[in-house]
Design a protein around this ligand. Structure first.
Ligand SMILES: CC(C)(COP(=O)(O)OP(=O)(O)OC[C@H]1O[C@@H](n2cnc3c(N)ncnc32)[C@H](O)[C@@H]1O)[C@@H](O)C(=O)NCCC(=O)NCCS
Ligand SMILES: Nc1ncnc2c1ncn2[C@@H]1O[C@H](COP(=O)(O)OP(=O)(O)OP(=O)(O)O)[C@@H](O)[C@H]1O
Length: 198
């Protein structure tokens, strides 16, 4: 079974594009959601996070304090590198287990959706990569609409922690343009046929 990565900067529209692939019956692994899940549920990881980032990492009810971690990680490269080093190996293992389960259902391919496929090294587990592209002003506007708690400065700080779109475009096997100029569905159908054919 082929393993295809789908990446793109914050607000590029990865999740929207993945919903279209799901309509075609393609299983999608959502790295962001799974990272959130392991951080909430894996006792060893919770202990490691608390040791690395202090008692404030979890609130009084035991929930991960995401705004606290976002302030630390998205404004300090050392803290972000520590967080990534703790979380990404868990996501890599979780993806391998998930993929093994999907293989039993006879799918031609699965998708792994992640903002950080190259940065995390996850691309090495994958056969081909799709990049979803949108220009930065459009991405910023989308994220500010979607996440009212973030400021333009927050979004720019996150963008500065991600690989440039130019590099993602250069390294991609397929590009889907989600720039308000191109239609998404025909592009998804085209990529799907190429992946199935190859
Ligand atoms: C720092 C955290 C707690 C902030 O949580 P918050 O709810 O504010 O943001 P959320 O998780 O929804 O992320 C928003 C967007 O930021 C970007 N982003 C997330 N993590 C990272 C990262 N490590 N580096 C660069 N960009 C990132 C993505 O585009 C993401 O969709 C959270 O992002 C986190 O735990 N990140 C580390 C895990 C990770 O790398 N996840 C991304 C894919 S595996
Ligand atoms: N073509 C589009 N037209 C209008 N709105 C869009 C379009 N594509 C995405 N959006 C909206 O922009 C926002 C960002 O899209 P989405 O959540 O899919 O991005 P993402 O790449 O998954 O971002 P992140 O890295 O933050 O997870 C969402 O609110 C989504 O509904």
């Amino acid at each position: 079974m082929k393993k295809i990565g789908i990446t793109g900067g914050i607000g590029s529209g990865k999740s929207v594009v993945c919903r279209l692939f799901e309509v075609l019956g393609v299983p999608v692994y959502d790295s962001d959601a799974r990272a959130k899940w392991v951080m909430a549920h894996d006792p060893a990881l919770r202990a490691e996070l608390q040791a690395a980032f202090g008692a404030a990492t979890f609130d009084a009810t035991g929930q991960l304090d995401r705004p606290y971690l976002a302030r630390l990680a998205f404004h300090d490269p050392t803290q972000l590198a520590r967080l990534n080093a703790l979380v990404h190996p868990h996501v890599g293992r979780d993806f391998a287990e998930w993929t093994a389960r999907q293989a039993q259902d006879g799918h031609a391919y699965v998708l792994k959706e992640a903002a950080l496929l190259y940065e995390s090294g996850a691309y090495r587990q994958l056969d081909r990569i799709i990049t979803v592209f949108a220009p930065q002003p459009i991405r910023e506007a989308r994220v500010l609409r979607r996440d009212p708690h973030r400021t333009a400065q927050d979004v720019q700080a996150i963008i500065s922690k991600q690989l440039s779109e130019e590099e993602k475009l250069q390294r991609a096997d397929f590009v889907i343009y989600n720039d308000d100029q191109h239609l998404l569905i025909p592009q998804v159908l085209e990529v799907n046929s190429e992946v199935v054919r190859w």
